[in-house]
Design a binder for this molecule. Structure first.
Ligand code: AMP
Length: 286
C-alpha cells in the first residue's frame, strides 16, 4: 500500500465544494479538472472522490485513511469510525416534524405512527430511547412530501433554516441532533502515514481557527494607546511599533474576532485611530 494519506472527499452534493476549498486552503490543491475518482496531491496525499454517504464505509474498511462527510451520515452508518474534528460547514439539524394541523404535537403523540426518513437507524434509536413505538418508512429523499401524500404521519429530516419544512406545512416537534461536516478516521491509522494524519489535522485546524479571525492594523497617537489597548485584546497582546519620523504616533497590530470588526472600527476611530486596515489571516496556530 502507498505511503500517501488517502482522504475520502464528497464528489458532489452540498459538502463537496466546501470540502475541496478547505483542503485547498490547508495546502492540498486539487485542480478542478483533476476531481475524478482519484487525485494525487504532491507525493503525500491521495484524494478519493466518492459519494458523501459512502465516506464512512471507505474509512471504516481502510480504503481511505480519513474522510470528510456529515456527522449525521456517520451516525447513520453506525460503523467503526471516529470524529477527529468538526469542520465548520454543512451545519444543519436533524428534527422530527409533523403536519402543522396534526393532533400529534409532541413525541408521545407519535406512538404507533409512521415516520418517513432517510435516517432509519438514527430514527429508530431516537424513538427507542424515548420509549415511543413507531413504524419507519424508509425513503432515500424528499421525505417532506411524505405526510402530504399519505405515506407517513411524520418525518425525520435535516433542516438548515426550517423554510423547506414550512413550505410543506410541517412544524418541528423535537431536535434529534446537530450536524456539520466532520473529519473522520478509522480506529487504526497505518503506521507509515500516521505523521501525515497529524499534519493534516494541524493544517485544517490552523485554517479553521483563522477563519474566525482578522488581522487589524492602525496608526494612533501614542497618548491614546492605553484606551486602544482595552479595545484590542489580541491573541496575547497587541503589537505596538514606532512610526518613522513620528515619535508621538505608533502603529498597532492585533488579531481580532471577525464578528467584532464592525462594532470595533467606530470605537477605534472615536479614540483617534487612523489608517485602519483589516486583513484576512490564512492560518493561525496558537
Ligand atoms: P448531499 O446529499 O451529498 O448533498 O449531502 C447531504 C449532507 O449535507 C447531509 O447528510 C448533511 O450532512 C449536509 N447538509 C447540510 N445542510 C443540509 C440540509 N439543509 N439538508 C440536507 N443536508 C444538509
Amino acid at each position: 500500500m502507498s505511503d500517501r494519506l488517502k482522504i475520502a472527499v464528497p464528489n458532489k452534493g452540498r459538502l463537496s465544494d466546501r470540502a475541496v476549498d478547505l483542503l485547498s486552503d490547508a495546502g492540498l490543491h486539487v485542480p478542478k479538472h483533476a476531481r475524478r475518482l482519484l487525485a494525487n496531491v504532491d507525493e503525500r496525499w491521495q484524494l478519493l472522490f466518492v459519494r458523501t454517504q459512502d465516506v464512512p464505509e471507505y474509512v471504516a474498511t481502510g480504503t481511505a485513511d480519513v474522510g470528510i462527510t456529515g456527522r449525521d451520515l456517520v451516525q447513520e452508518a453506525g460503523l467503526a469510525v471516529k470524529e477527529l474534528m468538526p469542520l465548520g460547514f454543512g451545519k444543519c439539524r436533524m428534527v422530527v416534524a409533523v403536519p402543522k394541523n396534526a393532533q400529534h404535537h409532541g413525541l408521545t403523540n407519535l406512538q404507533n405512527k409512521r415516520i418517513a426518513t432517510a435516517f432509519p437507524r438514527i430514527t429508530r434509536d431516537f424513538f427507542r430511547s424515548k420509549r415511543v413505538e413507531i413504524e419507519i418508512v424508509p425513503l432515500s429523499g424528499a421525505t417532506e412530501i411524505a405526510p402530504q401524500v399519505g405515506v407517513a404521519d411524520a418525518i425525520v429530516d435535516l433542516v438548515e433554516t426550517g423554510s423547506t419544512l414550512r413550505q410543506h406545512g410541517l412544524v418541528e416537534v423535537e431536535a434529534i441532533m446537530d450536524s456539520e461536516a466532520i473529519l473522520i478516521a478509522g480506529s487504526e491509522c497505518r503506521v507509515e502515514c500516521r505523521h501525515l494524519r497529524i499534519e493534516l489535522e494541524a493544517a485544517l485546524g490552523s485554517v479553521l481557527a483563522a477563519q474566525q479571525k482578522r488581522y487589524l492594523m492602525l496608526n494612533l497617537p501614542l497618548v491614546k494607546l492605553a484606551q486602544v489597548r482595552e479595545l484590542l485584546p489580541g491573541i496575547t497582546s497587541p503589537t505596538v511599533m514606532n512610526l518613522l519620523s513620528r515619535e508621538d504616533w505608533v502603529a498597532v497590530h492585533s488579531v481580532v474576532n471577525e464578528k467584532d470588526i464592525n462594532t470595533l472600527i467606530p470605537k477605534l476611530k472615536e479614540v483617534g485611530a487612523q489608517g485602519i486596515l483589516v486583513l484576512p489571516i490564512e492560518r493561525m496556530v496558537s
